[in-house]
Ligand binder design. Structure first.
Ligand SMILES: Nc1nc2c(ncn2[C@@H]2O[C@H](COP(=O)(O)OP(=O)(O)OP(=O)(O)O)[C@@H](O)[C@H]2O)c(=O)[nH]1
Ligand SMILES: [Mg+2]
Length: 616
């Protein structure tokens, strides 16, 4: 059998999906976490059941990608039913979508999630009454504590049925529906969708267009709006009948502090800087420990074996690759992922979006775009995908472009592991300052030259809540694993390859060619260019390569602090890594990807040269 989880954004669909299937799709406390369809399966009474996790939606009548997807899946996705997930604290709005889904005639069960929050904010939801009104089974859950989750699938498999409720539309709309049914042989659903302008049959659509025109004339309001209003009225009425409002126990003072400009903006700035400092300080503690362990337990014994030169070169390179992965990348990334997960799950992201709204308008976007931008600190790849949620193509384009410049965790490794460690923390922070300035200026420029209009968008504020330690840990470890699985093999293979190339003198020739540019303009040792190029595969390979070529992970032995600084600035600004380029061209076209590459290379060289000129 096959069921889809359908519901508004941020109601807990993915958390429920994870608990059912044992998979680990992203779960975060802001709307729009899931951007693509996920499939998984679960076993109920020895029967394998397929479960689909859909991106969150407010309605299914628009032309946004996820709405089109939802319509397709609900009507011909081969489903045995839909599991409609509602947020108990916000039934009124959630029921709107339910009414639309019910219209498709698909068998349903309703899960009222977040019952824990409803209870603690003093709401009483009468599930029995709701079930009576909707004519389908209703179950109340609290996904974070696992309450009742085991009941969902058995209920769906045994009792899903088409809802027994239909929206009574305005009399003129109902008349138009009947006309379409009679004259064009349309089903009620086809007639409604045609009037909503999302029908697929051109004949019905044409007739519906005429009818809609007449209704619009007499009502001075679009049919689409009239129908939305009718649905909304019914959802409000249902919510009114099943929800009783008691006394709220939750405080809201913290929220007011966080979302007012003062002290909200200083708090936002301190949160971000505090996060970075935390990563620098604790990451370097861990780094020192792990690097020393590797040195004592692997590198030193290896050297004392007295292997033949080439074998020794390869073996030592492989170990240095591992050392860079586990010793340098791992500690910073682990800490960073933990902090990011806490930030995501607390609900603070949407407050940040709210605060950043004005600044973001300057760069051609609205506050909501701050969320993908903050995610980009973790990794640019999912951030570019998250930018899909932004309202317009123009905004998605600007966001994707700027995201590629945000220092992701691998670039943070370079800044923290090299600059903070060898040059100093203020120098490391100055790189962030510089990058932010460059991003801002690029944004201003892009908002001038990118075609398309600017629209506002309402971002739903997610509730503040204490992140659950187990969920935070699970999410961070999951991301860490993805990172290490992708990075470590590349680091080891790349490192060995470099060792061999160096052994046979190939690198020397290549670097000799690049030397004039590198030494003359940037003041960098020629092997730095090899490091930068390897950084395109994965950013953290830049320092690892540099360490191999410089002959030591203790860079100050080989380079001056200015050289280290310039190298870090360049590798942070330089072409995003290959995976980023791939999603960028998939999401926004290869032209954008090519433009980003060209722009960032020029920017990296330009700024590197400038710093060299000023300080050398
Ligand atoms: N207190 C509480 N929090 C919950 C519950 N269910 C989910 N959450 C939290 O709500 C947030 C949103 O959960 P997700 O599973 O990402 O929501 P989603 O519906 O998949 O959201 P989108 O992917 O944006 O559509 C996460 O921080 C969850 O930990 C619940 O029953 N109680
Ligand atoms: Mg989700």
């Amino acid at each position: 059998m096959r069921f889809a989880l359908v519901g508004n954004p941020n109601v807990g669909k993915s958390l429920i999906f994870n608990q059912l299937t044992g998979l680990g799709v992203e779960v975060s406390n802001y709307p729009g976490t899931t951007v693509a369809l996920h499939r998984g399966s679960t076993c109920v009474d020895r029967e394998r059941v397929e479960v689909l996790d859909l991106p969150g939606l407010y309605s299914i009548d628009g032309d946004q990608e996820e709405e089109v997807l939802a319509r397709r899946i609900l009507t011909d996705g081969g489903l045995d039913g839909a599991i409609m997930i509602l947020n108990a604290t916000n039934l009124e709005r959630n029921l709107y979508l339910l009414l639309q889904v019910a219209e498709t005639g698909i068998p349903l069960v309703v899960v009222v999630n977040m019952m824990d929050e409803a209870e603690s904010s003093g709401l009483e939801v009468d599930l029995g009454k709701l079930s009576g009104i909707l004519g389908v089974e209703v179950i109340g859950t609290a996904a974070t504590s696992g309450r009742n989750l085991g009941g969902i699938m058995p209920l769906a498999m045994a009792r899903a049925r088409p809802a027994g409720i239909a929206v009574p539309y305005d009399a003129d709309v109902e008349a138009a529906i009947r006309t379409l049914e009679k004259t064009r042989g349309a089903t009620r659903l086809a007639a409604i969708w045609a009037l909503d302008d999302i029908g697929t049959d051109p004949e019905i659509a044409e007739a519906a267009g005429d009818l809609a025109g007449e209704i619009e004339q007499s009502h001075r309001m679009g049919v689409h709006q009239i129908m939305a209003l009718n649905r909304y009225t019914l959802s409000r009425e249902i919510a009114g009948r099943v929800v009783k409002r008691g006394v709220s126990k939750a405080g809201i003072e913290l929220d007011q502090l966080l979302s007012r400009e003062i002290p909200g903006i200083p708090i936002l700035a301190s949160v971000l800087v505090g996060m970075l400092l935390f990563v620098f300080v604790f990451g370097s503690l861990l780094e020192g420990l792990i690097v020393r362990l590797f040195q004592d337990l692997a590198v030193a014994p290896l050297l004392s074996l007295g292997l033949p030169p080439l074998a020794q070169k390869v073996a030592v390179s492989a170990v240095i690759g591992l050392q860079a992965g586990f010793g340098i990348a791992f500690p910073y990334i682990l800490i960073f992922f933990l902090l990011l997960a806490i930030l995501e799950d607390s609900g603070y992201m949407t407050r940040a979006a709210f605060l950043a709204d004005r600044a973001m308008h300057r760069v051609g976007m609205h506050g909501g775009a701050i969320i993908p931008m903050i995610l980009a600190f973790g990794c640019n790849v999912p951030a570019i995908m998250a930018a899909r949620n932004l309202g317009t193509r123009r905004e998605r384009l600007i966001a994707a472009f700027l995201i590629t410049m945000v220092p992701c965790s691998a670039r943070t490794v370079i800044i923290a592991g090299v600059v903070a460690a060898f040059v100093g923390i203020p120098a490391a922070l100055s790189i962030y300052g510089m990058v932010f300035l460059v991003i801002f200026l690029t944004g201003v420029l892009l908002s001038r030259v990118t075609p398309g209009g600017q629209f506002g968008m309402i971002l739903e504020i997610a509730p503040m809540r204490w992140p659950k330690p187990d969920l935070v840990l699970a999410k961070s470890l999951h991301r860490l694993r993805d990172f290490l699985v992708a990075a470590i093999p590349l680091l080891v293979v790349g490192s060995c390859l470099l060792g061999v190339l160096e052994f046979y003198g190939v690198l020397a020739v290549f670097q000799g060619l690049a030397a004039p540019l590198f030494q003359g303009i940037l003041g960098l040792p020629p092997y730095a260019i090899t490091a930068l190029i390897f950084g395109i595969l994965r950013k953290e390979m830049a320092i690892e390569t540099l360490a191999v070529l410089a002959g030591s992970a203790n860079l100050p032995l080989a380079m001056s602090t200015l050289q280290i600084y310039i190298f870090a600035v360049m590798s942070v600004l330089f072409v995003p890594c290959i995976s980023t380029m791939v999603v960028l061209s998939r999401e926004n076209g290869w032209k954008v990807a090519a433009l980003v590459t060209l722009y960032t290379v020029l920017l990296g060289i330009g700024i590197g040269a400038m710093i060299n000129m000023i300080f050398a």
